[in-house]
Design a protein around this ligand. Structure first.
Ligand code: ATP
Length: 199
């Protein structure tokens, strides 16, 4: 699996639609300070489900929408799509090409999309779990992240290895199953109490 392209419109400094194709020979993006290089990695993080405005270097989520510049008025919608080549089947979905999208309006309406169908954030998270690509995964190492990893405690650092080893998905499913078991246990207890009262 690899990232084929990213399309950005109305996100941070990208007012007009911009498409970046990651052809095989492309290994980096260069540009003057403030030209929007980090905004591209923010866009990737955002479309993968980032919920923290701070991680995206903003104060509130609305800050990801183009806020206007000297010549241009602010926009009301931010939209980002990632196109991934999935010919190796690394993503557990029956498509050779997977397009992930997210959009948000200033009024707070928000959508996630997988291959143009609206979906839940949970679906996006599950799709990328254990692939190393999720918003917190090791494929996006922001400025200062290396230092943060080295100074993390062993429990936090272990999470990174678990993602790389491909066991995060099973851990998350185990947690979900334990929650369901717990709730079923409580319901059973309630039924037993009622039976006891009737007898
Ligand atoms: P450096 O090399 O200094 O790290 P960079 O190329 O990574 O810079 P970015 O940090 O990606 O640059 O872009 C910063 C620019 O994006 C700033 O000019 C900032 O005003 C602009 N910007 C950020 N958010 C918005 C927004 N919501 N609307 C319009 N412009 C924005």
């Amino acid at each position: 699996m690899f990232l084929k392209s990213i399309t950005i419109k109305g996100f941070k400094s990208f007012a007009d639609r911009v498409k970046v194709d990651f052809e095989p020979a492309i290994t980096g993006i260069i540009g003057p300070n403030g030209s929007g290089k980090s905004n591209i990695s923010d866009a990737i993080r955002w479309v993968l489900g980032e919920q923290s405005a701070k991680t995206l270097r903003g104060g509130k989520m609305e800050d990801v929408i183009f806020a206007g510049s000297g010549k241009r008025r602010a926009l009301g919608l931010a939209e980002v799509t990632l196109t991934l080549d999935n010919r190796d089947g690394a993503l557990p979905i029956d498509y050779k090409e997977v397009i992930i999208g997210r959009r948000v309006t200033r009024s707070g309406e928000s959508d996630y999309l997988i291959n143009n169908n609206t979906c839940r954030l949970k679906d996006i998270k599950e799709l990328f779990m254990d692939t190393g690509i999720g918003k917190d995964a090791y494929s996006i190492i922001g400025q200062g992240k290396v230092e943060a990893i080295l100074s993390e405690n062993s429990v936090d650092r272990r999470e990174l290895f678990e993602e790389a080893a491909g066991i995060s998905k099973h851990k998350s499913r185990k947690e979900e199953a334990e929650k369901k078991l717990d709730s079923t246990e409580q319901k059973l207890q309630r039924i037993k109490d009622i039976i006891h009262e009737i007898e």
